[in-house]
Design a protein around this ligand. Structure first.
Ligand code: NDP
Length: 243
């Protein structure tokens, strides 16, 4: 993994799930990881388990000043940012007629505006350095819409468009990778409040998921490529997932 050792990688949404799993892998491979999320105690124990090449800053991606501070902290601590992974996301899905406006707004704020704040904060630094790599987490739900996922899918579809626009503008300068995970067993969805979604899930029964490690391996693969190779899209589903 010679292209990972020494790289400075900032991950938002790193306190659990695929962000945390990837931080551990990257740290073990010699990357310097700077982790952001809101739950300080989770970040604290994660950083302690990775060791001296890991740092964290408590940060909320819905606050532009928090994202700016996280990225400045990474540069102040390790001198540069090679990779930013905009990974923070929430999925309080519901049906439109339940009218959960606050949850729609929260998904837009975290899943879209959080990604834009990350790009806004890091792009000048990467352009000045003449290189860099921006990764964002979309979803297979950004490619295919289901009853209850209208707003979540819209936010992940927005991530797809934002990242493709960024890729086209930054070709030759900065690497751009969009991840499209299918169902992964993480804490995602623990904030669902919709009665209709609970009923739907009960009717569906257990769905197949894969471990966050599969996503971590994919991110490691994308970051480990030589300078001239950009991995632009990665879709990973459980074998059983049809949609
Ligand atoms: P988790 O819920 O385990 O992780 C989500 C992360 O986002 C947590 O670290 C959480 O930390 C962070 N987060 C949430 N809100 C904020 C906020 N306002 N500011 C900063 N951080 C925030 O789920 P996953 O690992 O699955 O999710 C990672 C990404 O993958 C998300 O973008 C999700 O939409 C996407 N995804 C997940 C799939 C799945 O099946 N699990 C499938 C496809 C895409 P904290 O609460 O500490 O702030």
């Amino acid at each position: 993994m010679k292209n990972i050792n020494g790289k400075v990688v900032v991950i938002t949404g790193a306190s659990s799930g695929m962000g945390a799993e990837t931080a551990k892998k990257l740290g073990a491979l010699g990357a310097k990881v700077v982790l952001g999320a809101r739950r300080q105690e989770k970040l604290d124990s994660l950083v302690a388990s990775i060791g001296d090449n890991a740092r964290y800053m408590q940060s909320d991606v819905t606050k532009k000043e928090d994202v700016d501070r996280l990225l400045k902290f990474a540069i102040d601590t390790f001198g540069k940012i090679d990779v930013l992974w905009n990974n923070a996301g929430v999925m309080p899905i519901s049906f439109f007629d339940e009218g959960n406006l606050e949850e729609w707004e929260r998904m837009i704020d975290v899943n879209i505006k959080g990604v834009l704040y990350g790009i806004h904060a890091v792009l000048p630094h990467m352009i000045k350095n003449g290189n860099g790599h921006i990764i964002s987490t979309s979803s297979t739900a950004g490619l295919k819409i289901f009853p209850s996922t209208g707003v979540y899918s819209a936010t992940k579809g927005a991530v797809k468009s934002i990242m493709e626009g960024l890729r086209e503008e930054m070709a030759g300068k900065i690497k751009v990778t969009t991840l499209y995970p299918g169902a992964v067993s993480t804490e995602l969805g623990s904030d669902i409040t919709s009665r209709k979604v609970f009923e739907m899930m009960e009717a569906m029964g257990q769905i197949a998921t894969i471990d966050a490690e599969a996503i971590a391996d994919a991110v490691v693969y994308a970051i480990n490529q030589p300078n001239e190779v950009a991995v632009n899209e990665i879709t990973i589903r459980p074998l059983q997932q049809a949609m």
